[in-house]
Ligand binder design. Structure first.
Ligand SMILES: [Zn+2]
Length: 406
């Protein structure tokens, strides 16, 4: 594809089963001008100068948006290289992701600052992969009892000097996960809200009253629902609702699900969908570096400072096989899991990985829906959710070999 004249290139996608994702248009046409969708039609439209891209009856949906991802293709965002960022963005684009929120693991302060600096450089060069929507800091303000695979050496209470310095040095942080029951965590939530940063509850042993206070003080999302968080507990015979029940009870809370089909069994995927619905549920990979790689040994976290893990049965496990150490999912697998394992309808599944995460991340004005004026972030796939083509802002970043283009 060459940009010859001065007018922006126009692409006409024809013969598409468009998932807007609020409805299906069976034989639709999408006109793209430069980076933007300019028209969606239920029939073919005559645009003489447009390059025609025949979808061949494939589904065409908004590109997948992954709110929580650590790596893929053998790389982790904590590896300390621009190369890692760019390769991860390309790897996940092959599986339909067009926008992602690179996520850190709990680390030293220096490693965090280093990662944020690398993010900015990599972001400026990222033209061949899924777009970055700012960084998600997963930690270090977590409950030690719910740390999961997070390194206990770096877990601590919210430190105002530290978090203020982080946001003063970097404007790239768009999401931060913390345990709201910790000392200083409500002030931290207020601070994040004042800076426009999405605050999420994670790795937490909070009870309902603490989650309610968290929501009043800026927190709005439950990070990987069920994983590393409290459910119902009993103290001196009295029962308390945990974070899971609180996220269900508080309508204004969003939840994210690691829908790899391993972390959460079908009944829990169904329950979350039944209670929170497609509008409040986002599907995430939470993938570590082994996503898109063959099974075997791998490393969770940075190459020089991470933990050895085993990848088998479609998931990363700690060496003793007693706990998961991260997912190896790609976005297409999340969609397949929700449809095939949890019996969720196709359109609602697509909403949970496009329009809902776009709204949660504050980018719904340009992403998450196929409509005129939105970014041309498109993914083509067949009935098995096998990805055929991925387009990011009008540019084809992936196409399966046997799918002819133009
Ligand atoms: Zn994570």
């Amino acid at each position: 594809m060459n940009n010859t004249g001065k007018a922006p290139q126009r692409i006409k996608v024809t013969n598409a089963r468009i998932l807007t994702p609020y409805r299906i248009i069976p034989h639709g046409t999408i006109l793209i001008t430069g980076k933007t969708i300019t028209e969606i039609s239920e029939r073919d439209i005559d645009v003489p100068d447009a390059l025609e891209l025949d979808a061949g009856g494939a589904y065409v949906s908004p590109g997948f948006i992954d709110l929580h991802v650590h790596g893929g293709g053998g790389h982790d965002f904590m590896d300390g290289s621009e190369e890692a960022f760019l390769r991860i963005a390309e790897l996940h684009a092959q599986y339909g992701t067009t926008a992602m929120v690179p996520t850190t693991l709990t680390s030293t302060r220096q490693e965090l600052f280093n990662t944020l600096e690398i993010y900015e450089k990599a972001n400026a060069k990222n033209t061949a992969g899924a777009r970055f929507l700012g960084m998600h800091l997963e930690g270090p303000y977590f409950a030690m009892s719910q740390r999961g695979a997070q390194d206990p050496r770096y877990i601590r209470d919210p430190d105002p000097d530290e978090y203020q310095e982080v946001l003063a040095r970097s404007s790239s942080v768009t999401r931060w996960s913390a345990a709201p029951e910790l000392k200083g965590a409500l002030k931290f939530g207020q601070f994040l809200r004042s800076k426009g940063v999405l605050a999420a509850v994670a790795h937490t042993d909070a009870v309902y009253e603490e989650v309610l206070a968290a929501v009043e003080n800026g927190y709005s999302l439950a990070t990987h629902l069920y994983s590393a968080m409290s459910g119902v507990t009993r103290r001196n015979s009295f029962r308390y609702a945990g974070v899971v029940e609180s996220a269900y009870l508080l309508d204004q809370m969003d939840v994210e699900l690691i829908a790899d089909g391993v972390h959460l069994p079908a009944p829990l995927l169904k329950l979350a969908y039944k209670i929170k619905g497609a509008e409040r549920t986002a599907l995430i990979t939470d993938a570590m570096r082994a996503a898109g790689m063959p099974p075997g040994n791998s490393i969770l976290g940075s190459l020089h400072n991470g933990t050895e893990v085993i990848v088998e049965d479609g998931v990363a496990k700690m060496p003793d096989r007693q706990a998961f150490a991260g997912s190896v999912a790609t976005a297409d697998r999340l969609v397949r899991t929700m449809i095939n394992l949890a019996d969720i309808p196709l359109l609602d599944t697509i909403r949970m990985i496009s329009s809902t995460p776009a709204r949660i991340m504050g980018v719904a004005d340009r992403k998450g829906v196929l409509a005129p004026g939105k970014d041309a972030d498109l993914v083509f796939f067949d009935a098995d959710i096998s990805i055929q083509l991925t387009m990011v802002e009008g540019r084809i970043v992936y196409q399966r070999e046997n799918i002819p283009v133009f």
